[in-house]
Design a protein around this ligand. Structure first.
Ligand SMILES: Nc1ncnc2c1ncn2[C@@H]1O[C@H](COP(=O)(O)OP(=O)(O)O)[C@@H](O)[C@H]1O
Ligand SMILES: [Mg+2]
Length: 440
């Protein structure tokens, strides 16, 4: 285990002292045994030390550490945010894998820097005033995962209003664009845009699941990219009906989360692969009899572990389920389904005000979709006027074909083509941006 020290934290000195003597190593082994880490996984080799932030990247690129310990009081003028991004982009270990960063900090929950760290996959954060050498050693051997640090990301931002953080992919993309300017093509293959679209409505039965299934299906078919449809509706998930599929049990995912080895493969093994379009995978949700073993934070963990360009999430109506809260707070587009009735208009507007005020989700994130229009329902003009502050996603007629399709287990397509509008446009625009750098 190759270790790079970029820290002047006093706890590190005593680690070094311990590692230098037989007795010290024995003592560390003893405390690790106590914590369920009985054997040294691999001996620790301190490959270099950095005293100033300015030297970190150049040294790390040469010594290719497995782990870098970075302390936020390390002297220097480079912003830590910049260091995080540069390490992520430029520093790999000898096997060509990302160097893990153990970040020692006195920052508090809600700090924008910690949120950013979590977004960049820095999941080994040791925060607080009282840090012991053994905490650091344990982190070296037992990498943290998202659930260890989710609190840093999910806590409301200290002082200022809650702002939406950029998605992992947006951050990555920024880095990649910077890198492409330098014509380093190596990173291009890592360009992964990610859009997370949540389907929500004020009441049940308005058409969330119908639309989510249709959108996921059309996206997968049209783009050929990986699309994940996540059924976050608690108790009675129902996306699978649209694909004539048997729901999968979530036991293995629960087990992997508890034992901290959840990764994309584990989730994928427990998703349904749609037989007609293999790039479409469906997480079929939490059944009633698993609900007690499923922690509320598991929704976030699943969503954040999947690195798919498109994630479509179906939810419960209202705001009383953790899956719905996780989806609404963690997506970059909230598609809201409204029925052509005064009841639906009023309920929806009231909830939207609540979500905007309490959670700080900006109104630009919402797309309003009017479903089930018929010649006896409210007309499109009335509906559009009621939601004139919001962007409209589309209108869809009431038709028997939808019921028929549901019974056959085939997602609807005809009449629902608008569900792709915004998504494809943005995708193509971004692609061109990146390629235009390359052409230079
Ligand atoms: N445009 C439509 N025309 C006819 N029936 C529809 C339409 N949209 C949805 N439905 C039907 O309404 C019912 C509720 O839709 P669903 O998508 O399950 O709502 P939600 O997920 O919001 O509870 C389903 O039986 C579905 O087939
Ligand atoms: Mg539904």
């Amino acid at each position: 285990m190759r270790l790079l020290l970029a820290t002047n934290h006093p706890a590190i000195d005593s680690i070094i002292l311990k590692l230098e003597s037989e007795a010290g190593i024995k003592e560390l082994e003893k405390s690790l045994k106590h914590d369920g880490l009985p054997r040294w996984v691999r001996p620790i080799l301190i490959v270099d030390e950095v005293k100033y932030r300015e030297r970190l990247i150049e040294k790390a690129k040469v010594c290719r550490p497995d782990v870098t310990i970075l302390y936020d009081k390390l002297p220097g003028t480079v912003e830590l945010e910049v260091l995080f991004e540069e390490i992520r982009l430029e520093v790999k270990n000898e096997a060509g894998k990302d160097t893990r960063i153990i970040f020692i900090t006195s920052l508090e929950q809600g700090s924008p820097l910690l949120r950013k760290a979590v977004e960049l996959g820095i999941w080994d954060i040791i925060a607080g005033k009282d840090i012991h050498p053994i905490d650091i050693i344990k982190k070296i051997y037992r990498p943290g995962n998202y659930s260890d640090v989710a609190r840093f990301k999910l806590a409301p931002e200290a002082e200022s209003q809650i702002k939406r953080m950029p998605l992992v992919s947006e951050v990555k993309e920024k880095i990649v664009e910077k890198e492409v300017e330098k014509i380093v093509i190596r990173e291009i293959k890592e360009v992964k845009r990610q859009r997370i679209i949540t389907w929500w409505s004020a009441s049940g039965g308005e058409g969330k699941t119908t639309m989510a299934a249709s959108q996921a299906y059309q996206l997968a078919k049209k783009t050929g990219e990986k699309v994940a449809l996540l059924d976050f509706k608690e108790a009675n998930p129902s996306c699978h009906y649209w694909f004539n599929a048997m729901p999968k049990d979530t036991l293995e995912i629960i087990d992997a989360i508890e034992k901290r080895f959840l990764n994309q493969t584990v989730i994928e093994n427990n998703m349904v692969t749609y037989s007609k379009i293999p790039n479409l995978k469906i997480f079929t949700g939490i059944d009633l009899y698993r609900i007690n073993s499923w922690g509320p934070e598991y929704f976030d963990i699943v969503k954040n572990t999947l690195k798919y360009p498109y994630i479509i999430i179906d939810t419960n109506a209202g705001l009383f389920f953790s899956g719905t809260v996780s989806a609404l707070q963690g997506s970059d587009m909230v598609s809201v389904v409204v029925e052509p009735t005064y009841k639906s208009i009023e309920e929806t507007l009231r909830w939207l005000d609540f979500i905007k005020d309490k959670w700080g989700i900006p109104k630009e994130h919402f797309r309003i979709h009017f479903n089930k229009l018929s010649f006896k329902s409210l007309d499109e003009d009335t509906l559009r006027k009621a939601f004139n502050e919001y962007q409209i996603g589309g209108t869809y007629k009431y038709t028997d074909n939808v019921i028929e399709a549901l019974n056959k287990g085939i997602p609807v397509e005809k009449g629902f083509e608008n569900l792709l509008n915004d998504l494809l446009f943005i995708q193509e625009k971004k692609k061109n941006n990146i390629l235009s750098f390359l052409k230079r």
